[in-house]
Every structure is written in C-alpha cells, then in structure tokens.
Design a protein around this ligand. Structure first.
Ligand code: ATP
Ligand code: MG
Length: 423
C-alpha cells in the first residue's frame, strides 16, 4: 500500500475527548474514526489489525472443533422475556419498530443460540457440540470513555458449547482456557486467567482473562510471574500473601483490562428454552452449556495500551497492519530524487512479491523528520529507509520499532534480513 493512495492521513493532535491512550494513538494514526461516544468506525489501517486479531481467534476456535456461524444481531423480544432478561439486563438496547413491536439489539447471544442449536440437537449422538461467531455487539454502556476498550458498539467473538455431563463441560472449559492463553500470547499480550464470580448462572467461578495495564478498570490480585489471579469480587488471598505458584513473589492489586471471559452456564438457558436430549435409554436429559467471549476490538485497544512508547504504537508482528514501512528520504537534486524513486519502486515490488506486506511512504516533499515521526506513530515492526546516503553505499538503514535498534544493511542482504525477521 502506498501512503499516497491510503484514504487516511495522520494527525499531530486529536481533540481532548480522547483521554485514553488507545483512542489518542488510534485516532492520530487514522486507524479508527469516532462517530459518537463509544462508537467507532474502523478505517483501512485499523481494520487490518482487527482482521489479524480475528484470524488468530478463528484459527484457535476452529482448532477446538467449534463451528463458525453468524447469528442475527436483531433479536426477538420474546426470547429475552422467556429467559427473564428483557427487564434485567441494563445495557440491552431495545429497538421499537413501526408496528410498535420491540426488538433487542444483541449484547450477547444466549437467547438466539440456545433455540438455534436446540433445533438440531435431538439425542446424545448430537452432543457435545460447539458454535462461535465474530460479530458486532451493542451495549448501552453508561460510561464509554476508554476509547475502543469500552464501546457501545464493538466486535466480540462469542462461543457456546453444549454437553451431556458436567465432566464433559469441565474438560471442554479447560481446553478453551488453554486456547485463550494461546490467542492472547499470539496477539502479543500477556494475559492472566483470573477467578471471578460465576454470576447468577452457577456457584462455580468464571474466569476472566486480564491484561495488566494502567488503562484497566478492574482490580486484580496477582504477582508478576503468576499467570493467574483473583478479582475483587472473589478474592480469598490478601495483598502481601505469598504467590501460590511462585512463593518468592508477593501478591499485590494491579489494574487489568478484561479481554476475555469464560463461563459455565449449566442449565440456566437450556431450562429456559426446554432444551433437552434423549439419552441412550431414551430418557430426556437437560443440556449443559458453556459460553466463552473475547472482546476482539477491545483486544486491539489493549494492544495499543500495552505496546506503545512516547512516539506511537509498537504493533506486535502478528497483528501489525503491515510488516514493513518503506521510507525514502527526499533527494537533493531532481536527478537524485529520480534515482531514489526508482529504487523505492524496485524494493516495494521485490518485498511485496516475496510475500511481505509493505506500506510505502511515497509522499512528495516531506522532511525526514515528518516521515520518521509518522513511521513511529503508525508502528510497523520493521522500517526500511532508503536515502542518497544509504544508496551511495548500496545499503538501506533498517530499524526495528520494538527496540529501535537500527543497522545499515547491504541491499544484497535486505531480502534475507526481512525473511529472518518475519519467520
Ligand atoms: P466489562 O466488565 O468490561 O463491562 P463484561 O464482563 O460485561 O465486560 P462480557 O459479557 O464478559 O463483558 O463480554 C465478553 C467480552 O467482551 C469481555 O471479556 C470484553 O473483552 C468484551 N467487552 C465487553 N463489553 C465491552 C464493551 N462495551 N466494549 C468492548 N468490549 C467489550
Ligand atoms: Mg465479563
């Protein structure tokens, strides 16, 4: 992609409305546009990040054997009345229609998925089964001030599993938990699995996947090396206690962002809809359910909160919109500029045909400072810079965004260096 054909431009500053770091950097870089409080459009660069996170989530959910589907966002009021949640879920958007009928805008999908799966599950032979979707959710959040961390409209992956026995649900729940650790690690985030209350659904814990950052709204009792923790509602340990798994470390309260949440629903929803199956003896039995969410768009915001410096975003390789940011400094003479343009074009073609995703700064007449500031703000993992000076020694200057380490590399060795950087 050439910067001259990219729809968006970077901005030096954004309005004071964007108090959070993720909103500031995502808005300045042109990754998102704010439509109103808590509602964002995803622009070409931001959408590439969102899609990369989705791809990682899809791969891990598919590997669990879950089947992807896409359920309706507009939901019948009757289903919400049937589960008793029409009047109790405070964030539910209720939409009136011309015919005076009311609908729910999906903030979660138990009311849709339970009758949907019920239509196909008749006997023990149909269980266990699991489905998931990646979809826009709507929640009438009171406070929506943390950029894409808390939207009134946001992208969620929600998965639902259906089981015959508690042991089978327990085993699947544990596999999902492992998959969640992999998802967040692959996204460049260190997530902890934190015990939280099981809510109204069960007397068991639920598990929140929390990433420690100052932007977090939740308080977690944990220690640096512990990949677990307890949240405020359920903590049985105290600040200063030795960490159960790393006894040399003490526990302290830290701020966290909840990027995922897994729940055992038990028969809460299958009972509401009368969802049963016939066992081997032909007897009707209740179905046990689990539900598993990941805030896809919140993950993008969390990555920005966890991976940035004073210059801008530092995208992990796995989710970066482009791998390489190719920059050419302006030439002093027309002749030098023409030679530089030719080299830039040549390298853009060579890198893209070798399979790398490249963002090329082909804008005319900008200073080196402006170009490099944009490269730092946009945060691609590897910057390749060509100038009269580097070309004079048949080289490019490469710099890794992560640690800002830079070196001169002979053009002959450039492709190999890129291959080694992105394996
Ligand atoms: P929170 O406590 O932050 O309000 P929640 O516990 O109500 O979230 P869940 O119902 O568990 O959220 O939803 C599953 C996941 O969806 C959450 O773990 C979170 O990552 C994400 N999520 C929830 N609400 C929002 C929101 N308003 N904006 C963006 N992501 C959200
Ligand atoms: Mg939650």
């Amino acid at each position: 992609m050439r910067l001259t054909s990219l729809l968006t431009k970077t901005q030096k500053t954004v309005s004071q409305e964007a108090e959070s770091i993720n909103a500031q950097l995502l808005l300045r870089g042109g990754f998102v546009r704010q439509e109103m409080a808590g509602v964002y459009s995803w622009l070409p660069l931001g959408l590439r990040v969102l899609r990369n996170v989705e791809r990682i989530v899809r791969e891990e959910m598919d590997a669990l054997g879950s089947q992807e589907l896409l359920m309706s966002a507009l939901q019948p009021k009757e289903a919400w009345v049937q589960t008793g949640r029409w009047d109790t879920v405070d964030v539910l958007f209720k939409v009136p229609s011309q015919t005076k009928k009311e609908y729910a805008l999906g903030c979660t999908h138990e009311e849709i998925v339970t009758p949907l799966v019920q239509a196909f599950v008749k006997s023990y032979k149909d269980l266990p089964t699991s489905v998931y979707q990646i979809q826009t959710k709507f929640r009438d959040e009171l406070r929506a001030k943390s950029g894409v961390l808390r939207g009134r409209e946001f992208v969620m992956k929600d998965m639902y599993s259906f089981h015959r026995t508690q042991a089978d649900l327990d085993a699947y729940y544990a596999r999902v938990s492992d998959a969640y650790f992999r998802v967040f690690a692959r996204c460049g985030l260190q997530a902890k699995s934190v015990e939280a209350s099981g809510g109204a659904f069960s007397d068991k814990f639920s598990h929140e996947f929390q990433v420690l950052t100052n932007a977090g709204e939740d308080r977690i009792l944990t220690s640096p090396s512990w990949n677990r923790g307890q949240n405020e509602e359920v903590a049985t340990l105290k600040e200063g206690d030795a960490c159960p798994d790393h006894p040399t470390e003490t526990l302290s309260w830290q701020k966290g962002v909840e990027v995922g949440n897994i729940f055992q629903l038990g028969t809460r929803f299958s009972e509401a809809f009368g969802m049963t199956y016939l066992d081997e003896q032909g007897e009707r039995q209740p179905v046990l359910m689990g539900c598993y969410g990941i805030g896809i768009s919140r993950v993008v915001g969390t990555i920005v909160e966890a991976c940035h410096d004073e210059r801008g975003i530092v995208w992990p390789k796995s989710v970066a919109p482009f791998q390489i940011h190719l920059v050419g400094l302006s030439g002093k003479t027309d002749e030098a500029q023409a030679a530089l343009n030719a080299q830039m074009q040549e390298w853009y073609d060579a890198l893209t045909s070798a399979g790398f995703s490249v963002l090329m700064d082909d804008r005319a007449g900008l200073s080196a400072g402006e170009r490099l500031a944009d490269a730092d703000l946009l945060g691609m993992p590897l910057r390749i810079l060509l100038s009269e000076k580097t070309l004079a020694v048949a080289s490019a200057e490469v710099q890794w965004r992560q640690d800002r380490r830079s070196e001169m590399v002979l053009l002959d060795a450039l492709l190999d260096l890129c291959k080694a950087s992105f394996t």
